[in-house]
Design a protein around this ligand. Structure first.
Ligand SMILES: *Cc1c(COP(=O)(O)O)cnc(C)c1O
Length: 422
Protein backbone atom coordinates (compact mmCIF):
# COMPACT_ATOMS: atom_id res chain seq x y z
CA UNK A 1 0.00 0.00 0.00
CA UNK A 2 1.46 3.34 -1.03
CA UNK A 3 0.47 6.70 -2.44
CA UNK A 4 2.28 6.75 -5.77
CA UNK A 5 -0.70 6.27 -8.06
CA UNK A 6 -1.77 7.29 -11.54
CA UNK A 7 -4.50 9.81 -12.06
CA UNK A 8 -5.30 9.49 -15.72
CA UNK A 9 -1.96 9.32 -17.47
CA UNK A 10 0.03 11.08 -14.74
CA UNK A 11 1.81 9.44 -11.85
CA UNK A 12 1.13 11.34 -8.63
CA UNK A 13 2.72 11.32 -5.23
CA UNK A 14 -0.27 11.88 -2.96
CA UNK A 15 -1.94 14.97 -4.51
CA UNK A 16 0.98 16.22 -6.56
CA UNK A 17 1.89 15.33 -10.13
CA UNK A 18 5.45 14.05 -10.06
CA UNK A 19 6.26 15.75 -13.36
CA UNK A 20 5.69 19.13 -11.73
CA UNK A 21 8.15 18.40 -8.93
CA UNK A 22 10.65 17.20 -11.54
CA UNK A 23 10.34 20.50 -13.44
CA UNK A 24 11.14 22.46 -10.32
CA UNK A 25 13.68 20.25 -8.54
CA UNK A 26 15.36 18.77 -11.65
CA UNK A 27 16.31 15.12 -11.87
CA UNK A 28 17.29 12.71 -10.48
CA UNK A 29 15.75 12.93 -7.01
CA UNK A 30 14.34 10.73 -4.28
CA UNK A 31 10.69 11.36 -3.54
CA UNK A 32 8.97 10.25 -0.34
CA UNK A 33 5.30 10.21 0.63
CA UNK A 34 4.53 11.48 4.11
CA UNK A 35 1.21 9.68 4.20
CA UNK A 36 2.81 6.37 3.22
CA UNK A 37 5.56 6.73 5.83
CA UNK A 38 3.04 7.54 8.56
CA UNK A 39 0.71 4.75 7.54
CA UNK A 40 3.45 2.13 7.49
CA UNK A 41 4.73 3.17 10.89
CA UNK A 42 1.26 3.02 12.40
CA UNK A 43 0.37 -0.32 10.83
CA UNK A 44 3.55 -1.79 12.28
CA UNK A 45 3.02 -0.22 15.69
CA UNK A 46 -0.62 -1.30 15.87
CA UNK A 47 0.27 -4.88 14.93
CA UNK A 48 2.14 -5.17 18.24
CA UNK A 49 -0.39 -3.27 20.35
CA UNK A 50 -1.20 -6.29 22.53
CA UNK A 51 2.44 -6.68 23.58
CA UNK A 52 4.56 -4.21 25.56
CA UNK A 53 6.80 -2.95 22.79
CA UNK A 54 9.11 -0.25 21.52
CA UNK A 55 9.71 0.38 17.85
CA UNK A 56 13.23 1.52 17.02
CA UNK A 57 13.31 2.50 13.37
CA UNK A 58 16.54 1.30 11.71
CA UNK A 59 18.22 4.55 10.74
CA UNK A 60 20.46 2.95 8.14
CA UNK A 61 17.45 2.31 5.89
CA UNK A 62 16.71 6.02 5.57
CA UNK A 63 18.52 8.60 7.65
CA UNK A 64 17.11 11.92 6.43
CA UNK A 65 16.41 14.24 9.38
CA UNK A 66 12.91 15.08 8.18
CA UNK A 67 12.00 11.42 8.01
CA UNK A 68 13.54 10.61 11.40
CA UNK A 69 11.61 13.57 12.81
CA UNK A 70 8.37 12.23 11.38
CA UNK A 71 8.95 8.89 13.14
CA UNK A 72 10.09 10.53 16.38
CA UNK A 73 6.79 12.42 16.42
CA UNK A 74 4.97 9.11 16.00
CA UNK A 75 6.72 7.92 19.15
CA UNK A 76 9.39 5.85 17.45
CA UNK A 77 12.78 5.11 18.90
CA UNK A 78 15.82 4.44 16.74
CA UNK A 79 18.25 1.64 16.01
CA UNK A 80 21.64 3.18 15.21
CA UNK A 81 24.82 1.48 14.04
CA UNK A 82 27.33 4.34 14.19
CA UNK A 83 28.16 7.58 15.93
CA UNK A 84 26.94 9.40 12.84
CA UNK A 85 23.55 7.75 13.01
CA UNK A 86 23.35 8.55 16.72
CA UNK A 87 24.09 12.18 15.86
CA UNK A 88 21.39 12.19 13.19
CA UNK A 89 18.80 10.63 15.50
CA UNK A 90 19.54 13.14 18.26
CA UNK A 91 19.48 16.04 15.77
CA UNK A 92 16.05 14.88 14.66
CA UNK A 93 14.80 15.12 18.24
CA UNK A 94 14.91 11.44 19.19
CA UNK A 95 14.34 10.49 22.81
CA UNK A 96 17.76 9.05 23.80
CA UNK A 97 16.02 6.55 26.07
CA UNK A 98 14.53 5.01 22.95
CA UNK A 99 17.84 4.56 21.12
CA UNK A 100 19.53 1.17 20.77
CA UNK A 101 23.02 0.90 19.35
CA UNK A 102 24.24 -2.18 17.40
CA UNK A 103 27.23 -2.83 15.15
CA UNK A 104 30.41 -4.92 15.37
CA UNK A 105 32.89 -2.04 15.33
CA UNK A 106 31.92 0.60 17.86
CA UNK A 107 34.89 2.83 18.70
CA UNK A 108 35.64 4.15 22.22
CA UNK A 109 34.60 7.65 21.08
CA UNK A 110 31.28 6.36 19.75
CA UNK A 111 30.66 4.43 22.96
CA UNK A 112 31.40 7.53 25.03
CA UNK A 113 29.05 9.71 22.97
CA UNK A 114 26.25 7.16 23.29
CA UNK A 115 26.77 6.84 27.05
CA UNK A 116 26.75 10.60 27.47
CA UNK A 117 23.57 10.84 25.41
CA UNK A 118 21.93 8.31 27.76
CA UNK A 119 20.80 5.73 25.20
CA UNK A 120 18.56 2.82 26.19
CA UNK A 121 21.15 0.09 25.53
CA UNK A 122 24.12 -1.12 23.55
CA UNK A 123 23.59 -4.27 21.54
CA UNK A 124 27.01 -5.80 22.08
CA UNK A 125 28.58 -8.01 19.44
CA UNK A 126 31.83 -9.42 20.89
CA UNK A 127 33.74 -10.16 24.14
CA UNK A 128 36.26 -7.39 23.46
CA UNK A 129 33.48 -4.91 22.85
CA UNK A 130 32.00 -5.80 26.26
CA UNK A 131 35.32 -4.89 27.84
CA UNK A 132 35.59 -1.70 25.80
CA UNK A 133 32.15 -0.57 26.97
CA UNK A 134 33.05 -1.47 30.56
CA UNK A 135 36.20 0.67 30.33
CA UNK A 136 34.49 3.70 28.83
CA UNK A 137 31.64 3.48 31.35
CA UNK A 138 34.19 3.22 34.19
CA UNK A 139 36.07 6.27 32.91
CA UNK A 140 32.83 8.24 32.93
CA UNK A 141 31.88 6.91 36.36
CA UNK A 142 28.64 5.46 35.03
CA UNK A 143 26.98 2.16 34.16
CA UNK A 144 26.20 1.09 30.61
CA UNK A 145 23.01 -0.79 29.84
CA UNK A 146 23.78 -3.70 27.56
CA UNK A 147 22.10 -6.46 25.61
CA UNK A 148 24.14 -9.20 24.01
CA UNK A 149 23.44 -9.80 20.37
CA UNK A 150 23.18 -13.54 19.94
CA UNK A 151 23.48 -15.30 16.65
CA UNK A 152 20.75 -17.95 16.61
CA UNK A 153 22.14 -19.67 13.48
CA UNK A 154 18.97 -19.65 11.40
CA UNK A 155 18.94 -19.25 7.66
CA UNK A 156 16.73 -16.31 6.70
CA UNK A 157 16.75 -17.46 3.06
CA UNK A 158 17.52 -14.05 1.74
CA UNK A 159 20.41 -12.64 -0.29
CA UNK A 160 23.74 -13.79 1.26
CA UNK A 161 24.93 -10.18 1.65
CA UNK A 162 21.97 -9.39 3.92
CA UNK A 163 21.72 -12.55 6.00
CA UNK A 164 23.23 -11.87 9.40
CA UNK A 165 22.14 -14.68 11.74
CA UNK A 166 24.15 -17.61 10.38
CA UNK A 167 27.08 -19.17 12.19
CA UNK A 168 29.41 -17.93 9.47
CA UNK A 169 28.30 -14.27 9.77
CA UNK A 170 30.33 -11.67 11.67
CA UNK A 171 27.46 -10.55 13.90
CA UNK A 172 26.75 -11.28 17.54
CA UNK A 173 27.73 -14.05 19.94
CA UNK A 174 27.26 -17.65 18.95
CA UNK A 175 24.19 -18.73 20.88
CA UNK A 176 26.05 -21.79 22.25
CA UNK A 177 28.71 -19.68 23.96
CA UNK A 178 26.54 -16.70 24.85
CA UNK A 179 25.62 -17.97 28.30
CA UNK A 180 29.28 -17.85 29.31
CA UNK A 181 29.52 -14.28 27.97
CA UNK A 182 26.51 -13.22 30.00
CA UNK A 183 28.28 -14.59 33.09
CA UNK A 184 31.34 -12.54 32.19
CA UNK A 185 29.25 -9.42 31.61
CA UNK A 186 27.55 -9.87 34.96
CA UNK A 187 30.93 -9.60 36.70
CA UNK A 188 31.76 -6.26 35.07
CA UNK A 189 30.77 -3.53 37.55
CA UNK A 190 30.04 -0.81 35.01
CA UNK A 191 27.69 -2.90 32.90
CA UNK A 192 24.04 -3.48 33.60
CA UNK A 193 22.59 -6.40 31.66
CA UNK A 194 19.12 -5.41 30.51
CA UNK A 195 18.44 -7.38 27.38
CA UNK A 196 19.15 -9.68 24.52
CA UNK A 197 19.23 -8.89 20.82
CA UNK A 198 18.85 -10.83 17.60
CA UNK A 199 18.70 -9.64 14.00
CA UNK A 200 18.84 -12.44 11.46
CA UNK A 201 18.83 -10.61 8.16
CA UNK A 202 16.94 -8.35 5.82
CA UNK A 203 14.27 -8.71 3.11
CA UNK A 204 12.99 -11.91 4.75
CA UNK A 205 9.83 -13.08 2.99
CA UNK A 206 8.94 -16.18 5.04
CA UNK A 207 7.67 -16.37 8.60
CA UNK A 208 9.56 -19.61 9.41
CA UNK A 209 13.03 -18.08 9.97
CA UNK A 210 11.53 -15.57 12.41
CA UNK A 211 9.71 -18.40 14.25
CA UNK A 212 12.90 -20.45 14.49
CA UNK A 213 14.86 -17.49 15.79
CA UNK A 214 12.14 -16.59 18.33
CA UNK A 215 12.08 -20.19 19.59
CA UNK A 216 15.82 -20.29 20.04
CA UNK A 217 16.12 -16.95 21.77
CA UNK A 218 13.18 -17.69 24.08
CA UNK A 219 14.65 -20.99 25.22
CA UNK A 220 17.93 -19.16 25.76
CA UNK A 221 16.16 -16.58 27.93
CA UNK A 222 14.94 -19.48 30.09
CA UNK A 223 18.58 -20.58 30.50
CA UNK A 224 19.51 -17.06 31.55
CA UNK A 225 16.67 -16.96 34.05
CA UNK A 226 17.94 -20.15 35.69
CA UNK A 227 21.25 -18.31 36.19
CA UNK A 228 19.44 -15.40 37.78
CA UNK A 229 19.91 -13.12 34.77
CA UNK A 230 16.68 -11.27 34.00
CA UNK A 231 15.92 -9.93 30.54
CA UNK A 232 13.92 -6.71 30.47
CA UNK A 233 14.24 -6.02 26.75
CA UNK A 234 13.96 -8.67 24.08
CA UNK A 235 15.14 -6.95 20.91
CA UNK A 236 14.07 -8.90 17.85
CA UNK A 237 15.78 -6.78 15.20
CA UNK A 238 14.28 -5.97 11.82
CA UNK A 239 14.27 -7.87 8.58
CA UNK A 240 10.67 -8.07 7.43
CA UNK A 241 10.67 -8.13 3.63
CA UNK A 242 8.57 -6.15 1.17
CA UNK A 243 7.26 -6.86 -2.32
CA UNK A 244 9.71 -5.52 -4.87
CA UNK A 245 8.31 -7.74 -7.59
CA UNK A 246 6.01 -10.66 -6.78
CA UNK A 247 7.14 -11.56 -3.26
CA UNK A 248 4.40 -12.11 -0.69
CA UNK A 249 6.11 -11.41 2.62
CA UNK A 250 4.41 -11.88 5.98
CA UNK A 251 2.65 -8.81 7.35
CA UNK A 252 3.60 -7.04 10.59
CA UNK A 253 0.49 -8.66 12.05
CA UNK A 254 1.79 -12.13 11.08
CA UNK A 255 5.07 -11.31 12.77
CA UNK A 256 3.30 -10.07 15.91
CA UNK A 257 1.19 -13.23 16.02
CA UNK A 258 4.22 -15.48 15.63
CA UNK A 259 5.78 -13.64 18.54
CA UNK A 260 2.77 -13.55 20.86
CA UNK A 261 2.14 -17.26 20.33
CA UNK A 262 5.51 -18.05 21.92
CA UNK A 263 6.41 -15.02 24.02
CA UNK A 264 3.36 -13.35 25.49
CA UNK A 265 4.10 -14.84 28.92
CA UNK A 266 7.58 -13.29 29.02
CA UNK A 267 7.86 -10.39 31.37
CA UNK A 268 9.74 -8.00 29.11
CA UNK A 269 9.41 -5.20 26.58
CA UNK A 270 9.76 -6.29 22.97
CA UNK A 271 11.96 -4.05 20.84
CA UNK A 272 11.41 -4.13 17.09
CA UNK A 273 13.84 -2.59 14.61
CA UNK A 274 12.00 -2.35 11.28
CA UNK A 275 13.70 -0.44 8.49
CA UNK A 276 12.81 -1.53 4.98
CA UNK A 277 9.21 -2.47 5.73
CA UNK A 278 8.47 1.07 6.93
CA UNK A 279 10.27 3.17 4.32
CA UNK A 280 10.82 0.87 1.32
CA UNK A 281 7.79 1.58 -0.80
CA UNK A 282 7.29 5.05 0.69
CA UNK A 283 10.01 6.33 -1.63
CA UNK A 284 10.86 6.34 -5.31
CA UNK A 285 13.77 7.56 -7.42
CA UNK A 286 12.72 9.86 -10.26
CA UNK A 287 15.04 9.87 -13.24
CA UNK A 288 14.99 11.23 -16.77
CA UNK A 289 15.79 9.36 -19.96
CA UNK A 290 18.86 10.84 -21.65
CA UNK A 291 19.29 8.54 -24.62
CA UNK A 292 17.96 5.40 -26.20
CA UNK A 293 20.78 3.40 -27.69
CA UNK A 294 20.47 0.16 -29.63
CA UNK A 295 23.26 -2.28 -30.32
CA UNK A 296 22.92 -5.43 -32.44
CA UNK A 297 22.32 -7.28 -29.14
CA UNK A 298 20.27 -4.99 -26.99
CA UNK A 299 18.37 -1.83 -26.27
CA UNK A 300 19.68 0.49 -23.58
CA UNK A 301 17.74 3.28 -21.95
CA UNK A 302 20.40 5.60 -20.58
CA UNK A 303 19.01 7.61 -17.69
CA UNK A 304 20.43 10.35 -15.50
CA UNK A 305 20.48 8.22 -12.29
CA UNK A 306 23.18 5.63 -11.78
CA UNK A 307 24.51 3.02 -9.40
CA UNK A 308 25.97 5.78 -7.25
CA UNK A 309 22.40 6.98 -6.62
CA UNK A 310 20.77 3.55 -6.17
CA UNK A 311 23.21 0.70 -5.77
CA UNK A 312 20.82 -2.13 -4.89
CA UNK A 313 20.48 -3.56 -8.42
CA UNK A 314 24.28 -3.57 -8.89
CA UNK A 315 25.10 -4.79 -5.38
CA UNK A 316 22.43 -7.43 -4.82
CA UNK A 317 20.92 -7.90 -8.27
CA UNK A 318 17.75 -6.43 -6.80
CA UNK A 319 14.60 -5.83 -8.77
CA UNK A 320 12.96 -2.41 -8.76
CA UNK A 321 9.78 -1.77 -10.73
CA UNK A 322 10.14 1.01 -13.29
CA UNK A 323 7.13 3.03 -14.39
CA UNK A 324 6.68 5.96 -16.74
CA UNK A 325 5.74 9.17 -14.91
CA UNK A 326 3.48 10.02 -17.83
CA UNK A 327 2.05 6.98 -19.48
CA UNK A 328 0.93 6.88 -23.03
CA UNK A 329 -2.02 5.14 -24.53
CA UNK A 330 -4.43 6.33 -21.87
CA UNK A 331 -6.56 8.60 -23.95
CA UNK A 332 -7.61 6.07 -26.52
CA UNK A 333 -4.29 6.30 -28.39
CA UNK A 334 -3.16 3.08 -29.86
CA UNK A 335 -1.27 0.86 -27.42
CA UNK A 336 2.20 2.30 -26.83
CA UNK A 337 4.90 0.16 -28.30
CA UNK A 338 7.18 -1.51 -25.83
CA UNK A 339 10.79 -2.57 -25.87
CA UNK A 340 12.93 -4.91 -23.83
CA UNK A 341 15.80 -2.84 -22.53
CA UNK A 342 18.45 -2.47 -19.89
CA UNK A 343 17.96 0.72 -17.93
CA UNK A 344 21.48 1.99 -17.27
CA UNK A 345 23.12 5.03 -15.72
CA UNK A 346 26.00 7.28 -16.80
CA UNK A 347 28.63 5.60 -14.56
CA UNK A 348 31.69 4.06 -16.18
CA UNK A 349 31.01 0.52 -14.98
CA UNK A 350 29.19 -2.31 -16.74
CA UNK A 351 27.61 -3.06 -13.36
CA UNK A 352 25.82 0.29 -13.52
CA UNK A 353 22.21 -0.67 -14.17
CA UNK A 354 18.81 -0.10 -12.60
CA UNK A 355 17.05 -2.86 -14.55
CA UNK A 356 18.04 -5.64 -16.94
CA UNK A 357 16.05 -7.00 -19.88
CA UNK A 358 12.95 -5.18 -18.72
CA UNK A 359 9.84 -4.76 -20.87
CA UNK A 360 9.07 -1.06 -20.82
CA UNK A 361 6.99 1.33 -22.86
CA UNK A 362 9.14 3.00 -25.49
CA UNK A 363 10.61 6.11 -23.84
CA UNK A 364 12.06 9.08 -25.71
CA UNK A 365 14.82 11.34 -24.39
CA UNK A 366 13.41 13.73 -21.80
CA UNK A 367 10.75 11.37 -20.49
CA UNK A 368 10.59 10.70 -16.76
CA UNK A 369 10.77 7.29 -15.14
CA UNK A 370 9.89 6.33 -11.57
CA UNK A 371 12.10 3.67 -10.01
CA UNK A 372 9.74 2.22 -7.44
CA UNK A 373 10.30 0.95 -3.89
CA UNK A 374 13.49 2.95 -3.45
CA UNK A 375 12.81 4.47 -0.02
CA UNK A 376 15.00 1.99 1.90
CA UNK A 377 18.75 1.63 1.36
CA UNK A 378 18.46 4.06 -1.55
CA UNK A 379 19.82 7.47 -0.65
CA UNK A 380 21.64 6.11 2.42
CA UNK A 381 23.79 3.86 0.23
CA UNK A 382 24.43 6.53 -2.40
CA UNK A 383 27.91 7.85 -3.09
CA UNK A 384 29.81 10.44 -5.08
CA UNK A 385 31.43 7.90 -7.40
CA UNK A 386 32.37 9.40 -10.78
CA UNK A 387 32.23 12.78 -9.01
CA UNK A 388 28.47 12.85 -9.17
CA UNK A 389 26.81 15.16 -6.65
CA UNK A 390 24.31 13.25 -4.55
CA UNK A 391 20.72 13.86 -5.57
CA UNK A 392 18.00 15.87 -3.84
CA UNK A 393 15.46 14.31 -1.50
CA UNK A 394 11.88 15.58 -1.54
CA UNK A 395 8.99 14.92 0.84
CA UNK A 396 5.37 15.29 -0.25
CA UNK A 397 2.52 15.85 2.16
CA UNK A 398 -0.87 16.16 0.50
CA UNK A 399 -0.48 18.78 -2.19
CA UNK A 400 2.70 20.31 -0.80
CA UNK A 401 6.29 19.31 -1.13
CA UNK A 402 9.55 20.30 0.49
CA UNK A 403 13.13 19.64 -0.52
CA UNK A 404 14.42 17.84 2.58
CA UNK A 405 17.95 17.54 1.25
CA UNK A 406 19.38 19.81 -1.37
CA UNK A 407 21.07 18.40 -4.39
CA UNK A 408 24.82 18.57 -3.80
CA UNK A 409 26.83 21.09 -5.77
CA UNK A 410 30.26 20.73 -7.34
CA UNK A 411 31.60 22.78 -4.42
CA UNK A 412 30.17 20.12 -2.07
CA UNK A 413 32.17 17.52 -3.97
CA UNK A 414 35.52 19.04 -2.99
CA UNK A 415 34.59 20.30 0.47
CA UNK A 416 37.36 19.51 2.91
CA UNK A 417 39.94 18.59 0.27
CA UNK A 418 43.33 20.31 0.41
CA UNK A 419 46.26 20.39 -1.97
CA UNK A 420 49.52 20.30 0.05
CA UNK A 421 51.79 23.32 -0.56
CA UNK A 422 54.40 20.95 -2.08
C1 LIG B 1 19.75 -3.39 9.12
C2 LIG B 1 19.28 -3.64 10.49
C3 LIG B 1 17.92 -3.52 10.81
C4 LIG B 1 16.85 -3.19 9.79
O1 LIG B 1 16.67 -4.21 8.85
P1 LIG B 1 15.45 -4.13 7.81
O2 LIG B 1 15.63 -5.36 7.00
O3 LIG B 1 15.61 -2.89 7.02
O4 LIG B 1 14.19 -4.15 8.59
C5 LIG B 1 17.53 -3.74 12.12
N1 LIG B 1 18.44 -4.04 13.07
C6 LIG B 1 19.76 -4.16 12.81
C7 LIG B 1 20.70 -4.49 13.90
C8 LIG B 1 20.22 -3.96 11.51
O5 LIG B 1 21.52 -4.11 11.26
Amino acid sequence: MHYFLYRGSELYCEDLPISRIAEEVKTPFYLYSHQTLTRHFRVFDEAFEDLPHLICFAVKANANLAILKLFAREGSGFDVVSGGELYRALRAGADPQKIVYAGVGKTPEEIRDALQAGILMFNVESPQELKAIEEVAASLGTQARVALRVNPDVDPQTHPYISTGLKKNKFGFDIRSALQEYRVARQLPHLEIVGIHIHIGSQIVEIAPFRDAFDRVISFIADLKREGIAIRYLDLGGGLGIPYKDEEPPTPKDLAQALSSVASSLDCTFVLEPGRVIVGNAGILVTRVLYHKSTPEKHFLIVDAGMNDLIRPSLYGSYHGIQPVIRKGDKGDSQPSSIIADVVGPICESGDFLAKDRRLPEAAPGELLAVMTAGAYGFTMSSNYNARPRVAEVLVKGSEYRVIRQRETYADLVRGEKIPEW
